[in-house]
Design a protein around this ligand. Structure first.
Ligand SMILES: *Cc1c(COP(=O)(O)O)cnc(C)c1O
Length: 411
């Protein structure tokens, strides 16, 4: 049997420039962002300014994780105990986790077949929940109509936090993701688009939100040492009213992120090339439904999702093992129990049981696969062929119902 032998969790080594920068920080002994020599800007402040410029936001704050960025964003918007916060039913566990962490209550919104937020359900839940905030997760980079979301939320007086963990570098209608909400949150955790092990950013164009977020991140009133924050006068009002929640980024992580940021646009092009190879390899198969990508969406193909609408749960489980035998690591969102990084709203009991029949029916046949940059285009061609083989083994072609045959069958 043909097998792929690469690792789906292996990221690239850091560029030498990042390693050298890390060594310099270690030699200096100054790891804390506020521990600076006279006249020194510091790695964290420099990174904040560079990310702000790259992202095109007015302000940027570096923090310890994407999850912390979301908690801080919610708090900076005044979300607290008992408040309802709308969010996607299809996302990663730290998203409802951030809502729970600030004492708020997640109200999950259905997603549609293309894994985007269902805007009809959003409208209905804006009405029924009384929520004042939407934590919009651009999960796996599948974007809903962001202009419409903005308009819906503006009319209802709802603030928007964008979870850009999968959309660093993505655009909607030519505009950077993160520019549509009041605040945006990014992650630099190992599996995202920049890798510092753990880490994150919060960006905003609102100076008051930026000031509160900075105080919340644990600035010890040293906010003048930040690289991309508002002026000291903006801190006067919130300074003694905002708790220090200790979520600062350190100099070592910032040092390894700065050289990576310079390479991010080139890496996005590499991810998208890998994505297109896998997509091409899976397209035209009469049982594999690819997720469509609207023309407005410029995505970063660091992972790929597809559906097998004819498969039942046993066949889905079978596919995980037939693919694994071929060295292909697929994730399935239809599992009852949480499995590694993959979980569904059914596993977030801390958020209260919610009834989301549409999302459940869709996730029951959704598969997910990472595309680390350690893969070559040839690897991706092989992986797509192996997925097709595995699908054919679980459900032989002749047995497939042809009513959903796609327009350009490959066979
Ligand atoms: C990874 C991730 C986060 C949170 O990032 P961490 O840095 O791991 O806290 C948030 N949302 C989504 C969709 C993610 O995948």
């Amino acid at each position: 049997m043909r097998r792929f032998t690469g690792s789906f969790t292996q990221q690239e080594a850091l560029p030498q420039e990042a390693i050298d920068a890390a060594v310099r920080v270690m030699e200096s002994g100054r790891f804390h962002r506020y521990n600076l020599a006279p006249e020194e800007t510091g790695e964290v402040a420099a990174l904040e300014a560079e990310f702000r410029d790259w992202q095109g936001s007015a302000y940027c704050l570096a923090v310890t994780s994407g999850g912390q960025a979301m908690q801080i964003a919610l708090r900076a918007l005044g979300v607290g105990q008992g408040d309802a916060v709308l969010s996607n039913a299809f996302t990663l566990a730290p998203v409802p986790g951030a809502i729970a962490a600030v004492g708020a209550r997640a109200v999950l919104v259905e997603v549609d077949e293309s894994l985007r937020l269902d805007l009809n359900d959003l409208s209905a839940k804006i009405e029924s929940s009384g929520a004042r905030c939407l934590l919009l997760s651009h999960m796996r980079g599948h974007l809903c109509d962001l202009e419409r979301v903005r308009e819906l939320c503006r009319k209802a007086g709802i603030t928007v936090v964008e979870d850009c963990a999968h959309t660093m570098g993505a655009c909607w209608n030519g505009r950077r993701l993160g520019a549509f909400g009041d605040v945006a949150c990014f992650s630099t955790q190992t599996y995202k688009h920049l890798n510092s092990g753990e880490g994150g950013f919060l960006t905003t164009d609102n100076e008051e939100i930026a000031a509160r977020a900075t105080l919340l991140s644990g600035s010890y009133m040293l906010y003048e040492r930040h690289g991309a924050g508002p002026g000291p006068e903006v801190f006067e009002a919130p300074r003694d009213r905002t708790p220090n929640c200790s979520a600062r980024m350190d100099a070592l992580r910032a040092a390894i992120l700065r050289p990576q940021l310079k390479r991010l646009d080139a890496n996005i092009a590499r991810w998208n090339a890998l994505y297109r190879v896998v997509e091409r390899g899976l397209s035209g198969h009469n049982r594999i439904a690819l997720i469509d990508r609207p023309a407005e969406e410029f995505f970063v193909g660091s992972s790929i999702q597809f559906r097998l609408p004819h498969f039942n749960a046993d066949q889905c489980l079978d596919l995980l093992s037939t693919a694994a035998e071929r060295g292909v690591e697929l994730k399935w969102f239809g599992r009852e129990e949480a499995h590694g990084f993959t979980s569904s709203h059914r596993n977030w009991r801390f958020a209260g049981g919610q009834t989301l029949p549409q999302t459940d029916a869709i996730l029951a046949t959704v598969f997910d696969m990472r595309l680390p940059l350690t893969f070559s285009e040839d690897d991706c061609r092989l992986i797509a062929e192996l997925i097709v083989e595995a699908v054919d083994e679980v459900m032989p072609r002749a047995a497939a119902p042809d009513r959903n045959a796609r327009t350009s069958p490959a066979f």
